[in-house]
Design a binder for this molecule. Sequence first.
Ligand code: NAP
Length: 265
Amino acid sequence: MSIKIVIAGARGKMGSEAVKMVLETDHFELVAVVDTKNDGKTLLDIEDQPDVKVPIFVDIEACFNEFKPDVLIDLTTPKVGKQHMEIAFSHQVRPVVGTTGFTEEDITELRERAEAQRIGAIIAPNFAIGAILMMKFAQVAAKYLPDVEIIEKHHDNKLDAPSGTAVKTAQLISEVREAKQQGHPEEKEDIAGARGANYEGMRIHSMRLPGLVAHQEVVFGGVGQTLSIKHDSLHRSSFMPGIRLAVETVMKIDTLIYGLENIIE
Ligand code: NAP
């Protein structure tokens, strides 16, 4: 039986890739999309969208009431993504969320909600398999080289900083290293922000430029050596196998899973 899917943010850069992926997957059915405009139209009426008669809703509740989908794929903005998850839970729809910018408190609150209702949900700040490997390799390296800085680079339309992937990398590293202040104990910033964000003494630097997609380098320093672990998403299609796997997985769980690394073998 096919999995009935609604995509929120379908006109966006990630959402339009997700629309293609869902349409190309045999056991997935795109029943509707949620947008900020074009209510009552179909994708067929919209330029640069596939020629399919999939209806567009501005009101997500009306969409859920009419189509009763199995899964919501959300690729919008952090504030909207959280609201959409709450509405999805109240309609027994399983959210798969790529939207970034959720706080640890948001995730705890949403996990409690998913568990109370025994409904699956997946949030992953990075759906690219290569990025998950980069985070895992960085966690291994940090055991031996605890001095580390993270440099993340994204396109200049990104709303949140640092990226969800950078924060997740810092969290994974902090599981294996003692919090420690890096750099000179007396260092001072002559221009605020010069040393980047501080996560338990680890520095995170965020670069935003047109032309970039999603890139991250984790740089370790030891006596007489450095080690760089780098991942580049060159196209948004890199995230689609991860989203497909998350849609399949979310149908089989009854809690919230945060991070693609927790669903791949
Ligand atoms: P984008 O191009 O700006 O697309 C966002 C889309 O969401 C826009 O079409 C926007 O419409 C729409 N939207 C906003 N509010 C909405 C609402 N209430 N209902 C329905 N749609 C709404 O951004 P993007 O680059 O695709 O990124 C989307 C999200 O995915 C961001 O949080 C980004 O950081 C994240 N992301 C995640 C991954 C991952 O692997 N997890 C990878 C890349 C990006 P308007 O333009 O009309 O506002």
